[in-house]
Design a protein around this ligand. Structure first.
Ligand SMILES: Cc1ncc(COP(=O)(O)O)c(C=O)c1O
Length: 359
């Protein structure tokens, strides 16, 4: 870009009919300062979605698929178990379309998430963290059955991977058209992203390696142990390899049915576990060295992409998914050592001129 002239913009050349039309078409952005010499490293920044996460895509499609099939009636209440981003996405969609929303969520997820959902008008029912993801899931099922509500079923519904096949994957195909793409890195929460991406990439870019990641202390897929499922494909029990981990939005305490398709169909090439502290550390570096503010799962995906980049041959092109914004984590380990008050350097700067000092 020519630094001698001021930047200009033209607008998008269209008017948007509602917030829902702004879902998707997120930018792929080059990493300039952290990428090793000779490797092109990119991130797909899902925080450009209107409610700031990748889950806006699935939320919109769950509701619109149910409207098309007639499973969701006008004005019917929607209910879902969610670690937050799906709930926030659903709350945005339901606010626009006029459906009441009830979310069940373990009380271990960040308080920002609860307040955001309530801001969009949703009701948030907390469940005890000791009962983990399966607890909040079963609570949503109970509520749906008792009250005749529409259960969104993000972990089982085909509407999840379908929207990644028809949007996320198509965007990557379009943005890398005519360009090399060696590796795509993603984690899983429901598995919608990896399953949808692999359907398209396997067919249209078989040379691209798909790398799946999961928390090192909750390596459910790496364990090789199968998930027990009920007749509705939902989990009947917590997976034995699960332990609580700090990568919110990744790896619930069961292997989701949506992910199972990618596991069964060789939808990934490598599985690389990542420890929580490494995820936090890379999310911080992305913010301070690249100006890219993402959540802990974005840091985790990026940590894996950096490991691969460090070993990659010159000219390699690597893409990492960044699922959400870092602003959703102010009360979590991501911001734990980011102070509110001035530190010694800031105090010294304040005192370096005479005016406007704090008492
Ligand atoms: C913060 C965060 N990261 C990653 C993911 C994983 O995405 P997916 O559900 O498509 O596997 C999710 C959603 O579950 C999420 O909320």
């Amino acid at each position: 870009m020519d630094m001698q002239t001021i930047r200009t913009t033209q607008g998008r050349g269209r008017l948007f009919e509602s917030i829902l039309e702004t879902v998707g078409d997120t930018p792929v952005i080059r990493i300039n300062n952290l990428a090793p010499e000779g490797v092109e490293l990119y991130v797909k920044a899902e925080f450009f979605n209107p409610a700031a996460s990748v889950k806006d895509r699935l939320a919109l499609n769950i509701i619109e698929a149910a409207e098309r099939s007639g499973a969701l009636k006008p004005g019917q209440t929607v209910v879902e178990a969610t670690s937050g981003n799906t709930g926030i996405g659903l709350a945005m969609v339901c606010a626009q379309k006029g459906y009441p929303l009830v979310v069940t969520m373990a009380d271990s997820f960040s308080v920002e998430r609860r307040r955001l959902m309530r801001m969009f008008g949703a009701k948030v029912i907390l469940t005890p963290r000791a009962q983990k993801g399966t607890g909040m899931y079963k609570k949503a099922v109970e509520l749906a059955e008792k009250h005749g509500w529409f259960l969104a079923r993000q972990f089982e519904t085909s509407a999840n991977a379908d929207i990644h096949e028809s949007t996320t994957a198509r965007e990557i195909m379009g943005d890398f058209q005519g360009k090399r793409l060696d590796v795509v890195v993603t984690g899983y929460g429901t598995g919608g992203t990896v399953t949808g991406l692999s359907r398209v990439l396997r067919r249209e870019r078989p040379e691209t390696r798909i790398v799946l990641s999961e928390p090192a202390n909750a390596a459910l897929v790496s364990s090789g142990l199968a998930q027990s499922r009920g007749p509705d494909n939902g989990p009947t029990e917590s997976h034995p390899a699960f332990e609580p981990h700090p990568i919110q939005g990744w790896t619930p305490d069961f292997i989701p049915y949506v992910l199972q398709e990618a596991l069964d169909n060789h939808g990934y090439d490598d599985l690389i576990p990542v420890p929580g502290p490494e995820a936090v550390s890379w999310a911080k570096k992305l913010a301070s060295a690249e100006g890219i503010l993402t959540g802990i799962s974005g840091g985790a995906t990026f940590a894996v992409a950096m490991r691969l980049a460090q070993e990659a041959e010159a000219g390699s092109v690597i893409l990492a998914m960044l699922p959400d914004t870092g602003e959703r984590y102010l009360s979590t380990p991501l911001f734990q050592d980011i102070p509110e008050e001035m530190d010694a350097d800031e105090m010294a700067l304040s005192q370096s001129t005479p005016g406007f000092q704090m008492g």
